[in-house]
Design a protein around this ligand. Structure first.
Ligand SMILES: Nc1ncnc2c1ncn2[C@@H]1O[C@H](COP(=O)(O)OP(=O)(O)O)[C@@H](O)[C@H]1O
Ligand SMILES: [Mg+2]
Length: 350
């Protein structure tokens, strides 16, 4: 079953406070959409509106062509996974996974086949007879995912499903989720996270949320390479955000003329230049600027330099240096014109 999700100007309020403000967003059939934003930005609320656990104050929610706004959760045909596993503790793994199928009145043979298949798919077949308390956190989360997938829902909602796991396991589980989606390609996934790496890794598109509102939607590459807003630039990856004055084909940063694409901004305007720290080079090159090192961090594979450029802090993430500069040293930094993006001032995020 392929369906997709559509939010049509969906607003949710608690006690008169709007926590989701007129959300317009479409998740295509088979698409993985990440809802990315800081804590409290309204991500879970949006997901709960799809699941049917909160009622919008305004707007409609569609799954496929069906307006589900007035349907109870169990009639929406959705699979859902939340942060804290939420397995039924008194039920064995196989019964947890069978739960949704039984609730739908599936035939016994069908249930057995589906449970086996789904446990195999999630690598949990050997644990079918165990209880949740006999499993690690990562295993419990696999079972929670199996339980959500057992009914072969057209739409799966995942709310920070990996945030209780340690970093290594998180990375493995991300790869697993990507594989599961390749096995079930018709399934639409709405994946809530505050973690940019999860969003960049897994999503076909990312919807960036900030303070109850959708800020920007795009592919990971679009949002990373060419964000429109400062909020996106700093939330999706690290960013140097430098205040500049726009010329024609150049911008001026504290007296330094830099060559960048100025198509997005009017000449004479104030704007913000975004340069990713890993695209900043040390030494001479195009768009060369001089600054004074304030801090040097060794991070194993890289050195991060904090450089003061005419009163503005610039970060440079460099492949590990043999002879790193020291705080107080003057250094030249540079970046390629095509590696900088101009963010228009006034379209900041107020
Ligand atoms: N049941 C509730 N009652 C009152 N306020 C709530 C409730 N659920 C969430 N909120 C508030 O709504 C806002 C958005 O919450 P949420 O959607 O959970 O954000 P996120 O998932 O992005 O962290 C927050 O300010 C939160 O405190
Ligand atoms: Mg949340």
């Amino acid at each position: 079953m392929s369906s997709g999700i559509r939010f049509d100007r969906v607003s949710v309020a608690y006690d008169g406070t709007t926590v989701l403000d007129s959300l317009d967003l479409t998740v295509e059939p088979g698409e993985v959409m990440a809802l990315l934003g800081p804590s409290g930005s309204g991500k879970t609320t949006a997901l709960r509106a799809v699941a049917g656990f909160v009622r919008p104050a305004a707007g409609r929610v569609f799954i496929g062509d069906r307006d589900v706004t007035d349907l109870p959760p169990y009639r929406r045909g959705i699979g859902m996974v939340v942060q804290q596993y939420a397995l039924f503790p008194h039920m064995r793994v196989e019964d947890n996974v069978a739960f949704g199928l039984r609730a739908r009145g599936a035939a016994k043979g069908e249930i057995r086949r589906r449970v086996t298949e789904t446990l195999e798919m999630t690598g949990m077949a050997a644990y079918a007879r165990r209880h949740p308390r006999e499993l690690s956190g990562g295993q419990q989360q696999r079972v929670a995912i199996a339980r959500a997938l057992a009914i072969r829902p057209g739409v799966v909602l995942l709310d920070e499903p990996l945030s209780a796991l340690d970093a290594r396991l998180r990375s493995d589980m991300l790869a697993e989720l990507a594989r599961l989606h390749r096995e079930l390609p018709d399934m639409s996934i709405l994946y809530v996270t505050h973690d940019q790496v999860e969003a960049l890794t897994l999503a076909d598109r990312i919807a960036v949320m900030d303070r109850a509102r959708l800020r920007e939607v795009g592919t990971p590459q679009e949002l990373y390479r060419a964000p429109r807003y400062e909020f996106t630039a700093s939330f999706v990856g690290n960013a140097n955000l430098l205040p500049v004055t726009v010329g024609s084909g150049t911008v001026s940063l504290a007296g330094n003329e830099l060559t960048v694409d100025t198509a997005r901004a009017a000449s004479g305007a104030s704007a913000t230049l975004c340069v990713r720290p890993h695209l900043v080079g040390l030494g001479s090159g195009p768009n060369q600027i001089t600054g004074v090192v304030s801090e040097v961090q060794w991070r194993g594979a890289t050195h991060r330099l904090y450089v003061d450029v005419a009163g503005h802090r610039m970060l440079a993430d460099l492949r590990e240096l043999r002879t790193p500069p020291a705080p107080g040293d003057a250094v030249d930094l540079h970046f390629a014109p095509e590696d900088a993006v101009l963010l228009a001032a006034g379209v900041t995020d107020g």
